[in-house]
Write a protein that binds this ligand. Sequence first.
Ligand SMILES: NC(=O)c1ccc[n+]([C@@H]2O[C@H](COP(=O)([O-])OP(=O)(O)OC[C@H]3O[C@@H](n4cnc5c(N)ncnc54)[C@H](OP(=O)(O)O)[C@@H]3O)[C@@H](O)[C@H]2O)c1
Length: 283
Amino acid sequence: MILVTGAKGQLGGEVCSRLKQTNKAVLGIDKDDLDLTDAKAVAAFFAAHADIDAVIHCAAYTAVDKAEDDPALCFAVNRDATETLARRCGDTIKLLYVSTDYVFGTDDDRYHETTDEKHPLSVYGASKSEGEDAVRKHCSRHFIVRTSWVFGNKDTNFIATMLRLSETHDTLSVVADQVGSPTDARDLAALLCEMIGTDAFGVYHATNEGVCSWYELACEVFRLAGKNVRVLPVTTAQYGAKAKRPLNSRLSKRSLDDAGFQRLRPWREAVAEYVRSLTERTQ
Ligand SMILES: NC(=O)c1ccc[n+]([C@@H]2O[C@H](COP(=O)([O-])OP(=O)(O)OC[C@H]3O[C@@H](n4cnc5c(N)ncnc54)[C@H](OP(=O)(O)O)[C@@H]3O)[C@@H](O)[C@H]2O)c1
């Protein structure tokens, strides 16, 4: 039985759907089923579900700016609850922990290798980084998969937000100096479901292929949706978000290649399909 946490989230939902499509036994849970910060409840849950042999841990505190004002909750979910899960998994249960480009914090233009030193700039980034450390320490059969700029069924993701704002704004300012890779939750889910069926434990980077800035992504979304919005490129400093974000989120896929996993399709293809599905839904 594969346990999926964060089953109502963007990625967890797609992971559950994918596992069901491939006829795997899956148990998807979210906060209202089990609050992962409650270690006693987690212990009781595992005692009651002795058939769990793998966990895909998608649950997280993901409000990056809000986390700056509530570090205690962010660390409780992303670090401490992850440690609780990792201890439960120990040497017997496989654990796949989804992590983030925000564990890095450089402003150069090289692709981060999985072995690069981490340097998180925000509370969220630090909490996810320490979650990774807990997984490494307490679970021997682990996968750590760092992804970035995820879009899926949540109406607060960047692409959905841009399309919503285009209904009420004819000009939008978008950050042009942060570079990374958009990631379709469905594409990533397919890879994670394949990975959990293997023993190729280790650290991976997984995003749709190619890089862009948020500004370039916004322009592409409006072009695809046929929206006549003026997009003004601004710097991270000018935009002034509460949490610091890395300027360089380029992630090397070398370890994915080395282990024989296929890279995800190019981001433009995935974004085009997603924008088409969103615009069809609102017509
Ligand atoms: N979104 C991105 O752009 C992005 C980028 C890089 C990495 N990631 C990583 O990818 C993973 C999936 O992200 P996502 O976009 O799918 O996130 P999401 O849509 O915010 O889903 C996270 C889920 O976790 C649940 N959760 C939060 N606290 C919990 C708790 N104490 N106990 C149990 N469940 C709890 C949330 O429930 P509530 O909504 O009720 O709080 C939510 O359903 C996360 O590990 C995230 O760090 C995401």
